[in-house]
Design a protein around this ligand. Sequence first.
Ligand SMILES: NC(=O)c1ccc[n+]([C@@H]2O[C@H](COP(=O)([O-])OP(=O)(O)OC[C@H]3O[C@@H](n4cnc5c(N)ncnc54)[C@H](OP(=O)(O)O)[C@@H]3O)[C@@H](O)[C@H]2O)c1
Length: 346
Amino acid sequence: MRLFIVGLGVVGKGVLELLDARRAELASHFGVETRLVGVADSKGVALCEDGLAHAEVLGVKRPGAAGVASLPDGRPLASQDDLPEVIAHSGADVLIELGPTQMRSPRPATDRLLAAMGAGLHVIGANKAPLSTAFAALTEAAAVNNVLLRYSATVGAGTPMLTLARAAVMGDTLVGFRAILNGTTNFILSQMRSSGATFDSALAEAQRLGWAEADPSNDVDGWDTAMKTAIIACHAPAIPPGRSISVHDVRTVGIRGVSARDHADAEAQGQVIKLVASFDATTLSARVEPVRVPIGSRLDVPAGGNVLLIDLKHAGELALFGRGAGAHETAAAVLRDLVDIALSAR
Ligand SMILES: NC(=O)c1ccc[n+]([C@@H]2O[C@H](COP(=O)([O-])OP(=O)(O)OC[C@H]3O[C@@H](n4cnc5c(N)ncnc54)[C@H](OP(=O)(O)O)[C@@H]3O)[C@@H](O)[C@H]2O)c1
């Protein structure tokens, strides 16, 4: 399979490393062989029909290096608006889209996915912004163009939450789900609880340790969880054809208002505060908000953990726990999608 990868940050580099590490296994076990025919970062693009060497691409993405435009087959892009055309004419079979999640301006990433599918490429996305704002348009484009769209990495990273959600609703009736989907807020709330820290000092500690970004609003205001909630909720069979649930449909409250006192009060009643995503499949209503849950319950996951609890009419509650982020964890989800596409497209 000829691949075009957009975005060579934490996840993009992880994908190249994992493709190298698992090359023999992918070929022997799944019959998947790949050739990297195109790459793009924020400044440039490189194309080579015979295949770009992964080591060389990783070399130009080391800190301080000049990026993919400096590769022998590379060039700067005058405008990122040119990227969809470049992808469409790259000769790739699969676009792997690993650009930054920009919830307030999802259009460039959505356009890349639509252009790729319009040109007959299968698509793998880890970027939550397009899927959580234009799910119906993207799935329709996949159907119209007879290509496959996969996005496992958008929720749960290496933990196959969407695979579970998709399979669960095939044979049973979805009642709803609850989930913890964001490591940063889980870490901050855990810090506040264990040390009695205020939100501001727990956030500062999270930033010092690399759990939170310099601008933490996407996480602490609940939007990262809301995007993931919308993407899971889009699998509810009760959603009318052509419609989808967007991040803007999710009633979202972040954790800035949670105080040390709230934690102490919860603790006194055998409870802990978590940022919980929930979805009711009857009313199709989704929420993200700080909620008290019993200490030791399934939603009381440790700082680095994510959990999805799916409530089904006949099978009852299904639970899936795992790590929700990380370079190789997320890259593993991308490879899972790649194998899935290779097997499904045969
Ligand atoms: N990290 C995780 O654990 C994780 C988990 C699940 C999902 N995800 C999702 O996966 C995606 C990638 O995450 P990441 O952690 O790898 O992000 P990252 O480290 O910030 O890397 C983003 C990459 O996208 C490139 N980029 C930025 N603007 C671009 C543009 N306009 N056109 C083309 N490329 C552009 C950047 O280029 P430069 O290198 O030139 O800056 C960089 O290579 C995000 O959407 C994220 O939400 C990440």
